[in-house]
Design a protein around this ligand. Structure first.
Ligand code: BES
Ligand code: MN
Ligand code: MN
Length: 463
């Protein structure tokens, strides 16, 4: 089966790459209003590629923010329907000085991990490259007359800012989005010779904190030692959020965390992991984290609290003797089943406010949040994905829970009652959100080749 489709893919490899390069030239940064036109142009471009792929009912759906691009191909209403989700927006490129080539001028370079070459650009892996694999796979299946299921594509432009308008779009378009399964490529796999399927994502609670001391910046000689210095206080408060075992100290934080059974942990430990290689890749002497858990566990089944940014006072050239009036930090908490983002945010606010000594005030502003997800491995969706990987990699994929977050996935289940299968083809080392983000050509093509098998196995297993 699918021979014509695979032939089409082989015959069009260069075209598929050129098109992705064009898409990656567009700086669709959703977080920065300066790029508004570029984000909108990218939506336009995605819709044109959908048209070229042979999709129908293509429409750019306006939302209160950036639009959702939609297209579908219904070949037979009695066949199962696959709803593909992805995003065309990208993270900001900064710090731009740390890029070896400009973030929106894609170049192909070989690396140790990607000897066949990788395409370097913001969004190469997250998520334009992975989203585009689906557009190309669908193009190949339609062109070959081998599309096995009905397909609907929903590509959004606000994932990197927390999908603020997608839940309402989904709630208002339940009929349009009616399907049997959601398919997403916006995660990763273990290694190019170790395929894996993502079976879980962490949730998120994100807050910004502000500590205020005196009503103005002060001379650190005249006032130093006499007033609470907001930066000293903030750093002390932050340091107290973990105990000596790197356990989070916010009261109630772990109350709803479901511990895995020994059997489940043993199963997880089967995933290949080399601490040496891990440390070497990051130039660190050792890993660091919660006592009693492995690195794989710390990064997936355990919740975390991390400062993402901290600022205040004088950070310019040379020295300035000053006690700043205010200090700030941005803090993310990654959540696991069954922690609730709003509840965790509330617990954090209450605790953090209680830490402020007299002479300071604390303000906590919640940003976006998201629910964790775990997907079943005994579903036909998972089985179809597993068989598809086995077909193209010659190896059964390993189920792996990821540490990242895609908040909308839990909301899909709530609004549409649909489970998601996460067929990610990126690698953790692809530097998503970082300078020099890239996506292996092997991964890009392997994704395009594997996706059509998902459709045919999903159709077979749905009977
Ligand atoms: N695609 C990523 C999430 C991801 C990457 C999950 C790799 C698993 C493996 C997504 O675009 C992302 O960056 N999500 C954000 C959250 C969002 C609310 C900004 C994240 O995880 O920080
Ligand atoms: Mn993404
Ligand atoms: Mn991202």
């Amino acid at each position: 089966m699918s021979n014509k489709t695979q032939q089409y893919i082989q015959n069009n490899k260069d075209k598929f790459l050129d098109e992705l390069v064009d898409l990656l030239r567009m700086p669709s940064i959703s977080a920065d209003p300066a790029y508004k036109n570029d984000v909108l142009k990218t939506a336009e471009s995605v819709s044109q590629y959908m048209e070229k792929a042979g999709l129908e009912k293509i429409k750019i759906y306006e939302t209160a923010g950036y639009p959702v691009v939609y297209g579908e191909k219904i070949i037979d209403p009695s066949l199962p329907t696959v709803l593909v989700y992805g995003h065309y927006d990208v993270q900001p490129a900064d710090p731009i000085d740390l890029w070896d080539s400009p973030a929106f001028e894609p170049v192909i370079k070989k690396t140790k991990i990607h000897p066949e070459g990788a395409i370097f650009a913001r969004g190469a892996c997250d998520d334009k490259g992975q989203m585009f694999m689906h557009v190309k796979a669908v193009e190949a299946m339609i062109a070959s007359g081998e599309l096995a299921c009905n397909v609907k594509l929903m590509i959004e432009g606000e994932e990197e800012i927390g999908s603020p308008n997608l839940e309402i779009f989904v709630a208002n378009n339940k009929e349009l989005l009616k399907a049997d399964i959601i398919l997403v490529s916006d995660t990763g796999m273990l290694a190019n010779d170790t395929p894996s399927i993502t079976t879980g994502l962490r949730g998120l609670s994100y807050v910004e904190v502000e500590v205020t001391g005196p009503n103005r910046d002060l001379h650190s000689g005249l006032y130093g030692g006499c007033v609470a210095n907001p930066i000293n206080i903030l750093t002390k408060m932050i340091a107290s959020l973990h105990d000596e075992n790197n356990h989070i100290t916010v009261p109630g934080f772990y109350d709803k965390v479901k511990e895995l059974t020994d059997a489940e942990r043993a199963e997880m430990a089967k995933a290949p992991f080399s601490k040496e290689a891990y440390c070497e890749a990051l130039d660190i002497e050792d890993t660091f984290g919660e006592t009693g858990y492995s690195t794989l566990e710390r990064g997936s089944i355990r919740p975390t609290l991390d400062v993402n940014g901290i600022w205040g006072g004088y950070t310019g050239e040379g020295a300035k003797t000053v006690i700043a009036s205010k200090a700030y930090a941005k803090i993310s908490m990654r959540l696991v089943p069954h922690q609730l983002p709003n509840e965790i945010t509330e617990l954090f606010v209450k605790h953090f406010e209680s830490l402020a000594p007299k002479g300071t005030t604390v303000k906590v502003t919640p940003h976006h949040g998201g629910y964790p997800v775990v997907t079943p491995i005994d579903s036909i969706g998972y089985q179809a994905a597993s068989m598809a990987y086995e077909q193209t990699f010659g190896k059964k994929p390993i189920p792996v829970r990821s540490g990242g977050s895609i908040p909308i996935i839990a909301l899909f289940e709530k609004e549409l009652g649909l489970k998601t299968v996460m067929m990610g083809f990126g690698l953790d080392s692809d530097a998503i959100h970082s300078p020099n983000e890239h996506f292996g050509l092997f991964n890009y093509y392997k994704g395009i080749e594997t996706i059509p098998y998902f459709y045919s196995y999903f159709k077979d297993l749905s009977k």
